[in-house]
Design a protein around this ligand. Structure first.
Ligand SMILES: Cc1cc2nc3c(=O)[nH]c(=O)nc-3n(C[C@H](O)[C@H](O)[C@H](O)COP(=O)(O)OP(=O)(O)OC[C@H]3O[C@@H](n4cnc5c(N)ncnc54)[C@H](O)[C@@H]3O)c2cc1C
Length: 474
């Protein structure tokens, strides 16, 4: 992190910045790379395996992707993501990855400092975002890399092989921190900065010197210093929300959920096993949820030999279950959990001693003598003695720093913001909010949920901001 930038923050400058990015995870890092003047061009001799895309790319040789029509280029692409620009950037970086191929990126990167847009990236922790959490990465390393530095090459330099081609969360967090340093982006990053308010007024009146008539945003928060926290306040013409969704775990909303044996974070199980508070001889751990985080918790508990009760509301063969969307070859351990959920159900004749699943069960309450009360699919109540409870049923974006907690920005403003069901409503080719000019959202906030796909949002924002800058040719 740059000391000068921290000092600059400390003075609460009133000179507006072009861009403030809130959040320093993969989305914020990728955007900072693009805003720092790193510009993608198609390699002159590259042939993309997608014939239609190849034809379109060959129509504008020598023109940066950032200066091309992203709508036109992405038209007709299909894949495991809804966003056309996310699919476009992903297929340029990893042309045939979904077919098991390892064709190199068709992009080459030029560092054109004159195209840089001044910006600052604010983040609560060190750069890397959700990767500074516990647990392991779920994807292969190649899908978690950022532009122009492959995770496998970085690992080789570190003289470490990828374990089963899968990187740990610690490896990936380290890779992101190194990426910021290696690409010379550190001076844009301020760690330990928590944004507590973003406010904006009506558009600035036009003046001969005004760059554009957009609104001015005031971004305020606190910055960690040697002796506590210090307030800061900055002004910007554009703000990018890149705060992810992992800071605010979803709750069941049942009585007893605040009891000390009930947790909403996988790290609680790691801490309890490390401390010997939960052992193979303990009462079972109750894991609530049927997503990948709950599956991670089942795998961890089984690895430590700790008995598990696994409760979830849906029937085990519900087609909406995430396990049905993961290729078996790439995610065998998650398919193993799904198989256990099916075969070791309390409803089946011989539940396995160390694990039993409770499909179709709803939590009713937790009692302070470590009991969990559930309702089964027939409406009967079931009571279990447990050593620890992990409620892993997803997480919500926390935009409490915006007016009205940002709910008016969602696709359906009458429903709570949700990465999967009700993200921030953005233009698909600029990622600018449909409700507020100058405000952008990327990553899970905009509905893009994997590292390989959050990078398209960064490309769209960088392309849009470049068009707003009078110094840059369109
Ligand atoms: C256990 C786990 C495993 C995962 N495995 C994979 C995987 O294998 N492959 C994959 O592609 N994806 C995986 N994901 C999802 C992946 O982490 C996200 O897609 C990605 O991190 C989103 O990047 P982001 O930068 O948009 O948000 P984040 O990574 O969530 O980063 C946002 C950052 O903003 C900070 N922030 C939030 N609010 C504020 C504020 N008010 N002020 C300052 N800073 C703030 C947060 O602290 C955080 O550091 C996994 C997630 C988890 C939790």
């Amino acid at each position: 992190m740059s000391t000068s930038r921290k000092d600059h923050l400390g003075t609460s400058s009133s000179e507006p910045l072009a861009v403030i990015v809130i959040g320093n995870g993969p989305s914020g890092i990728c955007l900072s790379y693009l805003l720092s003047g790193y510009t993608p061009y198609v390699k002159p001799d590259a042939i993309h395996p997608h014939p239609l895309l190849q034809r379109k790319l060959s129509e504008a040789p020598g023109v940066s992707i950032l200066d091309q029509d992203l709508d036109y280029l992405s038209e007709g692409l299909e894949g495991r993501c809804q966003s056309p620009v996310a699919l476009l950037f992903d297929t340029l970086l990893r042309p045939d990855t979904d077919f098991g191929g390892t064709t190199e990126s068709v992009l080459t990167w030029k560092h054109q400092k004159e195209r840089a847009i001044p910006h600052v990236v604010l983040g609560r922790n060190l750069p890397g975002g959700a990767w500074h959490v516990s647990g392991d990465g779920r994807d292969q390393g190649q899908w978690m890399g950022l532009p122009d530095l492959q995770v496998k090459d970085w690992m080789q330099k570190k003289r470490r092989g990828l374990r089963n081609s899968r990187a740990t969360a610690g490896d990936i967090a380290h890779y992101y921190r190194d990426y910021v340093a290696q690409k010379g982006l550190s001076h844009n990053f301020v760690s330990g900065a928590v944004v507590t308010a973003v406010e904006w007024g009506p558009p600035e009146p036009r003046s001969p010197t005004a760059r554009d008539p957009g609104p001015l945003f005031q971004v305020s928060g606190t910055l960690s210093r040697d002796h506590g926290r210090q307030p800061f306040s900055l002004w910007a013409r554009n703000v990018v929300l890149a705060t992810g969704t992992f800071d605010s775990p979803a709750r069941l909303g049942v009585p007893g959920e605040a009891l000390p044996f009930v947790h909403h974070d996988l790290s609680a199980l790691e801490a309890a096993t490390r401390a010997g508070a939960v052992t193979p001889a303990s009462d079972p751990v109750l894991i609530v949820g049927a997503g990948l985080s709950a599956a991670d918790a089942v795998l961890l508990a089984r690895h430590c030999g700790i008995p598990v009760i696994h409760a979830f509301r849906r029937p085990v063969d519900d087609p909406g279950m995430v396990f049905n969307q993961l290729p078996k070859m790439l995610y065998p351990e998650y398919h193993k959990v799904h198989q256990m959920m099916r075969e070791r159900s309390i409803l089946s004749p011989s539940p396995y001693a160390g694990y039993r699943s409770l499909p179709g069960h709803r939590l009713l309450l937790f009692k302070d003598d470590c009991q969990a009360v559930l309702r089964d699919p027939d409406g009967a109540e079931a009571v279990f003695g447990v050593s620890l409870v992990l409620v892993l049923i997803g997480s919500h974006p926390d935009l409490s720093f915006l007016p009205g907690a940002g709910t008016h920005l969602a696709v359906d403003p009458d429903q709570p913001l949700s990465a999967k069901r009700n993200p921030v409503d953005v233009d698909p080719f600029t990622y600018q909010s449909a409700r507020q000019e100058g405000l952008y959202a990327v990553g899970p906030l905009a509905g893009d949920n994997f590292v390989r796909f959050v990078q398209g949002g960064a490309l769209a924002v960088a392309s849009s901001l470049r068009r707003k800058e009078p110094r840059q040719p369109p």
